[in-house]
Design a protein around this ligand. Structure first.
Ligand SMILES: [Zn+2]
Length: 106
């Protein structure tokens, strides 16, 4: 939850989903975890299973990013929050379909 107040919420771009959000979505979609078995924290192996990086670099400014602050974008590369612009994905479903074809293939 952001503390920032937006003067016009309708105009504010939606917060894009991070790699972490996409990983959580795919771990459930691929049947690796259920809501009952989902761990409190994900590890590197979890990210590997769903084909996502846990660390990376921003495409634009080269900042180091990790799953929680790396945003998949429509360029096909990760970006940091400052550089995402409008190229991020609004939902994990949308990102999953765009990046992985929406398939259930691990
Ligand atoms: Zn950046």
């Amino acid at each position: 939850m952001s503390e920032r107040l937006s003067p016009d919420p309708e105009q504010a771009p939606a917060q894009p989903i991070a790699v972490l959000d996409l990983a959580k979505h795919r771990l459930v979609e691929l049947g690796i975890y259920t809501s009952e078995t989902f761990p409190e924290a994900l590890n590197g192996a979890d990210f590997e299973k769903v084909g996502l990086p846990i660390f990376g670099g921003c495409e634009v400014c080269m900042a180091s990013v990790a799953a929680y602050n790396a945003y998949p974008t429509q360029t096909g590369y990760l970006r940091c929050e400052d550089c995402t612009d409008d190229l991020g994905y609004a939902t994990a479903e949308e990102a999953n379909a765009a990046i992985f074809g929406g398939g259930d293939v691990a």
